[in-house]
Design a binder for this molecule. Structure first.
Ligand code: FAD
Length: 461
């Protein structure tokens, strides 16, 4: 009944972690049969719901993922929430090996008073809103204020700053959702401050994202020269990528611009700037409306130097008037099944090279393995490592692949019994085609369907 000689593997999550693990296993082992289970009816994780709409080139990885999904030894089952619709134990029963690549869908909170006020949003939700993540559809962020403060200075923070300030003409030909585009067209936000605990030498974003801010049409930089004191002097000892990034910030903050740039800045109606050495203390409300009116920031100084420098409170605080606060201080993986080990401090599944501790036959890759840092290429490498660990275990016998396993056959039967209808890759291609057509009519690469119901309706007709 079942083909006994092929190792059956399933992957949970269809972001880069899941797809790169699948790709490597399929390529390197001509006998592996692989199934991907995904919570949403649509694949690709943060490539669809995280990567900024004005970074279409980053999304080209979808082509490679599609090739993997269409491979004769690979099957995709969307609309299956592992941990709720099917347990890890049930997957372990049905497969020789299970790989958890379900990403980091929670977020770190600031833990300060006022965090729940109207006008305060997690970057994760704000990004989900402009990228069409179904559960962020109703966010409707209030963009009626002039100044927005973003807490955190990583690439996600810069994505959010750019989307808030970009000219609509730049966004309207991207796959940003239509409701987000309309809200941004009405937005009153003119000034975005990007706040970090430490200094310019510790900033967490990459040079590409800073360059995009520096060149963003219609905007000018608004930096505090004092934040850059002493930086030029230590620059020669800084590793090269960071050195180039710091030089760009120094130039933007301190140098007198040339004539052309001066003209550009003069005609700018919007501004952005980094604010260093500041941590959030409290979000303050306008008493009448109980909406965000300002954020109180503690002033820090640095102890130590380089990447390990620590922010230490000086005791001084300052209030910055703003109506919008977006906290971009990091994503967090969640525990999806109580039977799994979980390191709640680091918010990862404890593992060595992708082998989950004390849980033979179960592996992890992507952000749930490493924590929520790094670009798609980093995720690719750590996913290839996990695939290699699994293949080593198959070769050494540490992973027993001799038993006959039922694979998707028993899992789909089980799901059917529970009223869950998986979405196949061919179903996804129907959604894809509807979205692309809708987008074409508006001059966009795609107009995303915004609810799970709509997606399922298209998939299952
Ligand atoms: P994810 O991409 O999050 O994939 C996890 C998948 O698991 C999702 O599809 C999710 O729906 C699914 N899942 C979750 N729970 C379950 C469950 N219980 N059952 C089944 N499935 C489940 N990198 C770049 O290189 N360039 C960029 O421009 C860039 N921009 C980014 C912008 C943002 C806002 C963010 C947050 C990240 C960005 N990255 C970028 C980083 C990149 O997105 C990550 O490195 C990568 O997506 C991590 O892959 P992953 O598979 O671990 O997680």
């Amino acid at each position: 009944l079942f083909s006994s000689c092929s190792p059956k593997v399933c992957v949970v999550g269809s972001g880069p972690g899941g797809f790169y693990t699948a790709q490597h296993l399929i390529k390197a082992r001509p006998d592996v049969e692989l199934d991907i289970y995904e919570r949403l009816p649509v694949p690709f994780g943060l490539v669809r719901f995280g990567v900024a709409p004005d970074h279409p080139e980053v999304k080209n990885v979808i082509n490679t993922f599609t090739q993997t999904a269409k491979h004769s030894r690979c099957n995709f089952y969307g609309n299956v929430n592992v941990g709720r619709d099917v347990t890890i134990n049930e997957l372990k029963e049905a497969y020789h090996a299970v790989v958890l690549s379900y990403g980091a869908e929670g977020n770190r909170t600031m833990g300060v008073p006022g965090e729940d006020l109207a006008g305060v949003y997690a970057a994760k939700d704000f990004v989900g809103w402009y990228n069409g993540l179904p559960n962020c559809r109703e966010l409707n962020p209030d963009l009626s204020c002039e100044t927005a403060v973003i807490l955190g200075q990583g690439n996600v923070a810069l994505d959010v700053a750019r989307i808030l300030l970009a000219p609509i003409s730049m966004l309207k030909s991207t796959d940003i959702t239509q409701p987000a585009l309309e809200a941004l067209a009405q937005s009153q936000v003119r000034r975005v401050l990007i706040v970090g605990r430490r200094g310019p030498l510790q900033i967490a974003c990459t040079i590409k994202e800073i360059r995009e801010m520096v060149n963003l049409p219609g905007t000018k930089p608004e930096m505090l020269p004092a934040d850059f004191e002493g930086i030029s002097e230590v620059l020669k000892d800084v590793p090269r990528p960071r050195k180039r990034l710091t030089e760009l910030m120094l130039k933007t903050a301190l140098e007198t611009p040339g004539e052309k740039e001066l003209e550009r800045r003069k005609s700018a109606s919007r501004s952005w700037g980094f604010r260093f050495f500041r941590s959030p203390v409290e979000v303050l409300a306008e008493p009448r409306t109980n909406k965000t009116s300002a954020i109180r920031l503690a002033v820090n100084r640095l102890e130590g130097s380089g990447a390990d420098a620590q922010a230490v409170l000086t005791g001084e605080v300052e209030d910055v008037t703003c109506g919008l606060v977006i906290s971009s201080i990091g994503y967090r993986s969640l525990l999806i099944d109580p039977g799994l080990p979980f390191d709640s401090r680091k918010a990862i599944i404890p593992n060595s090279m992708g082998r989950i501790q004390h849980t033979p036959g179960v592996y992890c890759s992507g952000w749930v393995k490493t924590g929520p840092t790094g670009v798609i290429a980093t995720t690719m490498n750590n996913s290839f490592d996990t695939a290699r660990s699994m293949m080593e275990d198959m070769d050494s016998g540490a992973l027993d692949v001799s038993a006959v396993k039922s694979g998707s056959q028993s899992i789909t039967a089980l799901l059917r019994g529970r009223g869950v209808k998986p979405v196949t890759f061919a179903d996804w291609e129907k959604i894809d085609s509807v979205e692309t057509k809708k987008g074409e009519a508006e001059g966009k690469p795609r107009e995303k369907l915004l609810s799970v119901e709509e997606m399922l309706q298209v998939a299952q007709t």
